[in-house]
Design a protein around this ligand. Sequence first.
Ligand code: NAD
Length: 487
Amino acid sequence: MAADVGGVTPRPYVPVVTKLHAVIGNDHCVENEESSTTLVRNPATGQEITRVPSLGEAEVDAAIARASRAFETWRHVTPGDRARLLRRFAAAVDAHGEELAALEVANAGHVIGNARWEAGNVRDVLEYYAAAPERHSGRQIPVPGGVDLTFHEPLGVVGIIVPWNFPMAIAGWGFAPALAAGNTVVLKPAELTPLSALRIGELALESGLPEGVLQMLPGKGSVVGQRFVTHPAVRKICFTGSTEVGRTIMAGCADQVKRVTLELGGKSANIVFADADIELAAARAPYGVFDNAGQDCCARSRLLVQRSVYDEFLGLLEPAVAGVVVGDPTEEATEMGPLISAAHLATVSSFVPDGAPVAFRGSSPDGPGNWFAPTVLAPVDPRDRAATEEIFGPVVVVIPFEDEEDAVRLANDTPYGLSGSLWTRDIGRALRVARAVETGTLSVNSHSSVRYWTPFGGTKQSGIGRELGPDALDAFSDVKNVFISSD
Ligand code: NAD
């Protein structure tokens, strides 16, 4: 590690929570006398993992002041050095991939296979954006009387607010491009799932990022997150969470004309046409909605099936749903874990009251933990709340449609527009419907939504702006135009 990187000297770091990995699985608590603390539980067992500080406004202000000071040096770190530091950070995440995955399994109930992918995704996103400082070039625009140049200027301190459903991956989608573009970052993890972000913050410092460049600030949305919105030194908010909270963030940002990226809720459609490979579409459909126990903003929670193959499709879907392996997330074979909390279990359950039109269900363990079996509702009135609201749990509604026009009408009959899939062998139809469905991302004959090389985000009330891919850097910088007279 270089002692001095581009004029910024890395300083020793006192971690907020030390040796997180060592406390997983027992009742050891880390107390902080100056702050209140938040209890963190394992959603698969209900057991307490640890306590994490819940920062107050004065502590947040102090962190923002550190981030502002660090910005004055970080922005001037040479592109090559900034790239090198981000590559080291990526290497540190890679070296601690198993540890980060274990934290996500314990804290968020993610199945181990997914958690490993998520740790790898943080590494990959860091590596991808590590290439940016040396390539994020401006333009030279032909003008009369001189030379015109554009520069990508960093914004300053960026506030990133993260939800509990993909704690470390979503954190990385924000901080990696923000840092690459020359900003400093204050990041608030969700109250329920702070552990992986806190560890990543430690790894950033261990890999040489100077103090104040990336700070993880655990605490309440109404305190820490809200302060990001109101503090004038925070120049941009990158928020991922519910549409309800996103609206208040956007309104708060308007006061200072603060830049904002919003990644919000979804109610995405999975459209199966009669000319599709019906067996494949039915075999894959459970994984398009039940992955991460349905706690996925991209969950295809409305299954629209052409009426002529509706019965055949449901017949194939039933064994596919029964085959989803639900249980202990530490087991390699497990495909679906628990819901995040007892409160969320109650919310999801409210969408399947006694007498709900349950066509069939998968299995789930008994005993402690927030378990809810994969559930298929059919037939469902398209105006039913299960068909219109984001459930954020393993519940899918199946609705028949008549033809292409009807499918597009149903798919677009929602205030959301995040993701979706369509299954057909007709390439013309695939293109027509892909263009007609109002979403930010859509996949044909697959359920892929997130690839770090490509833009991700929503339209309508699913959000504003795009993350990932080559465009994300623009979300964390402003274009400055400079004209130099040749006179
Ligand atoms: P949430 O909106 O309750 O909370 C998200 C984050 O915002 C948390 O860190 C929370 O502490 C913070 N927060 C809450 N109130 C705040 C306030 N007044 N000011 C500032 N910050 C505040 O969402 P959640 O329950 O954690 O996550 C689930 C939601 O996130 C779902 O709606 C889901 O669709 C959405 N989501 C969207 C995407 C996407 O990319 N579009 C990805 C993941 C999750």
